[in-house]
Design a protein around this ligand. Structure first.
Ligand code: ATP
Ligand code: MG
Length: 569
C-alpha cells in the first residue's frame, strides 16, 4: 500500500553553505538540497530526491514517445571500435570519445551517442520497405570526456540521455518522423515545466543537414541564440542574419595615419565612425595549411562553427606566422600582405565599396579600399556570428538575443550512416537503398537541472508539480501530541487522494524546517502549528509564489489534491 515518506528516513544530506565548487544557482541548489553529489569531475550521483524527479522526466518522455509510435529498447553502452571505424567517426571524433581496449586488445568506445549501434542492429534484419518506418529509442548513460566538465549536471562527462533513431524508406518519410519527434520534444519541454524555444541549429559532428535544438531560456545558459517576434529563432552558431552595410570614410583609396591602439573600438572612436563601418580582420591557418585572412564588419566576431565549416579544423595565426605572411597585428588588412594569403570576406559585405582596413603597418590604416579594384576577395562566405540588432533572415526586423540551455536536439541525418555502414533495404521498385535516418537526443539529467535553473528563488528550488520529487510536504511544528496526530491524518488523507507526500517528522526547530522546505522546494507545504490545529486549520504555502492560505484540516487533502492534479500535465 502507498504511504507517505518521512524526512527522517530520506537520504537528502543538506548543506547550509553554498558549495565552493558550484557557480550556477541550479548547481548550488541541487547540492545544497542534498539531491546530487559529485563523485569526480563531471561524474555525479543522483540522490533519492533527484532520482524521483528524473524518473518523472523519463515517464513524460516514455509517454510522448509511445504516443508517436517510437519503441523503447536498450543497447550496450560500450560499442565495438569497428563500428566507429565503419561509420568514419573513429578518426574524426576528438578526445571527448573515451576509447578502451579489452583483455584481447580489441578496441571499444564508451558510447557518447549510438548511431552506429542502432544502424548495425537494423541493417541485417530490417530488409523491406514494407517494414518501415521504424523508430527505436533508449534512455541510457552516455559518456563524453568533455574538456571542461562544469555546472553540475549541465555539462557532465557521464550523463543520462534519451536517444532515438528513425529508419525510413524515403526522404518524405524521414521528414515526417523528424517532425513527429520535434513535436513530441516540444510537449516534453512543456510537460516538464520548461520554457523552451525550438531554434535552428548547426548539425555539428553528427552530420546531416536539418536540425533544431530546444533551448531552455536562461541567463546562465552556455548557448546563445537570436530570435524574432515573427517566430524565427536560431543558435548564433547557425544563424545567417542580415547585417546592414556601413561604409568606411569615402574618398580615394589611401593610407591614413591612425595613431591609436590597435582595436576596432579605439579606431572607430578616433575616426568618429561606427565600429561596423570598420573592417575587422581575423588571420587563421586552415586545415589544409592555407593562410587565410577573414574580413568582417567591425562590430562582428568570427563564428567558430561557421569558420570550421569553411576551413576545417583551423588554427588562429600566431605572431610568428603573421609576421611571415606580412600581417601586422592590430593593423591587419588585405592590402600589402603576402600574396599567399587567401582573402575571404563575410557575405554581408559583398556590395560594400569603401572599406577601412588595416595597412599592415603599425598605426596606419587604408581607407576607401574597394574589393575587386584595390584587392581581390577570393570568396564571400557567411562567417559572422549573428547578434542582437542584426536583421531577421525571415522578416528583417531587428533580432533579439538570449542565452539558453540546450536540452535536446533533433537531426535529419539522411543516409550519412546508412551509406557508410551499408545499411540498406529492398524498396518497392526492387532496388537496394540506404535507410533515410533521423536521430533525436534529450539530455535527461541536463533537463532536470535546467528546470531548477528556471524555477528557483533566493530560498531554494520551486519545483513545478510535474517533476517535483514529492508534490506536498507536510510540516508539523511538533512531532508529538495533537499537532503530530493532525500531520499523520493529513498526510494519510493526501496519500489516499493520490498525492505524493513527504512529512518532515524530524525533531527540528521550525526555522530549520521552513528553510529546508523552501530549499528542497516541494510545490506545496502544509504547515501545522499548535494554534492552527486547535482551531482546526492548516496553513498551505504555495512554494513558487509564497502565497499562504488557511484551509480547514478536514478539507485540506481534497483541496490540495485538486490543485495538484490540475498541475500534473
Ligand atoms: P553541447 O552542445 O551542449 O555540448 P551537444 O550538441 O554536443 O551538446 P547532442 O549530441 O545534441 O549534444 O546530445 C543530445 C543532448 O544531450 C543535448 O541536447 C544535451 O541536452 C545532452 N548533453 C550533451 N552533452 C552533455 C553533457 N556533457 N552533459 C549533460 N548533457 C549533455
Ligand atoms: Mg546538440
Amino acid at each position: 500500500m502507498k504511504t507517505y515518506a518521512k524526512m527522517s528516513a530520506t537520504y537528502a544530506p543538506t548543506l547550509k553553505e553554498d558549495p565552493a565548487e558550484a557557480e550556477l544557482a541550479s548547481h548550488k541548489l541541487l547540492l545544497r538540497a542534498g539531491m546530487i553529489r559529485k563523485t569526480a569531475a563531471g561524474l555525479y550521483s543522483y540522490l533519492p530526491l533527484a532520482w524521483r524527479s528524473l524518473i518523472k522526466i523519463e515517464a513524460v518522455i516514455r509517454e510522448e514517445m509511445e504516443a508517436i509510435g517510437a519503441q523503447e529498447m536498450l543497447v550496450p553502452m560500450i560499442v565495438p571500435g569497428e563500428m566507429w571505424q565503419e561509420s568514419g567517426r573513429w578518426d574524426v571524433y576528438g578526445p571527448e570519445l573515451l576509447r578502451l581496449k579489452d583483455r584481447h586488445e580489441r578496441d571499444f568506445v564508451v558510447g557518447p551517442t549510438h548511431e552506429e549501434t542502432f544502424t548495425e542492429l537494423v541493417r541485417n534484419e530490417l530488409r523491406s520497405y514494407k517494414q518501415l518506418p521504424v523508430t527505436l529509442y533508449q534512455i541510457q548513460d552516455k559518456f563524453r570526456d568533455e574538456m571542461r566538465p562544469r555546472f553540475g549536471l549541465m555539462r557532465g562527462r557521464e550523463f543520462i540521455m534519451k536517444d532515438a533513431y528513425s529508419f525510413d524508406a524515403t526522404v518524405e518519410g524521414m521528414q515526417k518522423s523528424y517532425e513527429d519527434q520535434k513535436a513530441a520534444y516540444a510537449r516534453i519541454c512543456e510537460r516538464c515545466g520548461l520554457e523552451a524555444l525550438p531554434v535552428v541549429a548547426d548539425s555539428g559532428q553528427i552530420g546531416g543537414d536539418t536540425s533544431v535544438e530546444y533551448m531552455a531560456i536562461a541567463d546562465a545558459g552556455e548557448a546563445s541564440l537570436v530570435y524574432c517576434d515573427c517566430g524565427f529563432a536560431a543558435d548564433t552558431e547557425a544563424a545567417t542574419a542580415h547585417i546592414a552595410i556601413e561604409e568606411g570614410p569615402e574618398g580615394p583609396c589611401e593610407k591614413i595615419s591612425t595613431p591609436c591602439e590597435g582595436s576596432i573600438a579605439s579606431l572607430a572612436e578616433f575616426l568618429g565612425i561606427t565600429e561596423r563601418a570598420c573592417r575587422k580582420s581575423f588571420a587563421i591557418i586552415a586545415e589544409d595549411e592555407t593562410p587565410v585572412l577573414c574580413l568582417l564588419p567591425g562590430d562582428h566576431e568570427l563564428c567558430e562553427v561557421k569558420a570550421e565549416h569553411a576551413f576545417g579544423h583551423y588554427d588562429v595565426m600566431d605572431d610568428e606566422q603573421m609576421k611571415a605572411y606580412g600581417l601586422v597585428k592590430g593593423y591587419m588588412g588585405p592590402i600589402g600582405c603576402s600574396p599567399k594569403v587567401r582573402i575571404v570576406a563575410d557575405v554581408s559585405l559583398k556590395d560594400s565599396k569603401s572599406w577601412l582596413v588595416g595597412a599592415n603597418e603599425e598605426l596606419f590604416h587604408i581607407k576607401g579600399a574597394c574589393p575587386g579594384v584595390d584587392f581581390e576577395v577570393a570568396e564571400w562566405i557567411d562567417l559572422a556570428e549573428a547578434k542582437e540588432g542584426d536583421g531577421c533572415p525571415k522578416c528583417g526586423a531587428p533580432l533579439k538575443a538570449a542565452r539558453g540551455i540546450e536540452v535536446s536536439q533533433v537531426f535529419q541525418l539522411g543516409t550519412k550512416y546508412s551509406e557508410a555502414m551499408g545499411a540498406t533495404f529492398m524498396d518497392e521498385d526492387g532496388k537496394e537503398k540506404p535507410f533515410q535516418m533521423g536521430c533525436y537526443g534529450i539530455g535527461v539529467s541536463r533537463t532536470l537541472q535546467a528546470v531548477v535553473e528556471q524555477c528557483h528563488d533566493e530560498g531554494g528550488i520551486c519545483w513545478p508539480v510535474c517533476v517535483a520529487p514529492y508534490e506536498v510536504e507536510v510540516v508539523p511544528l511538533d512531532v508529538k501530541g495533537d499537532v503530530w496526530n493532525a500531520a499523520v491524518e493529513v498526510a494519510g488523507a493526501l496519500v489516499g487522494e493520490g498525492v505524493e507526500t513527504i512529512v518532515d517528522d524530524r525533531k527540528e526547530r521550525p526555522g530549520v524546517k521552513f528553510a529546508e522546505a523552501d530549499l528542497m522546494g516541494f510545490p506545496y507545504q502544509v504547515v501545522l502549528g499548535r494554534r492552527g490545529v486547535k482551531n482546526g486549520v492548516a496553513e498551505v504555502k504555495t512554494r513558487a509564489t509564497g502565497e499562504r492560505e488557511e484551509v480547514a484540516l478536514g478539507e485540506v487533502a481534497v483541496w490540495l489534491a485538486q490543485k495538484v492534479a490540475a498541475e500534473r500535465r
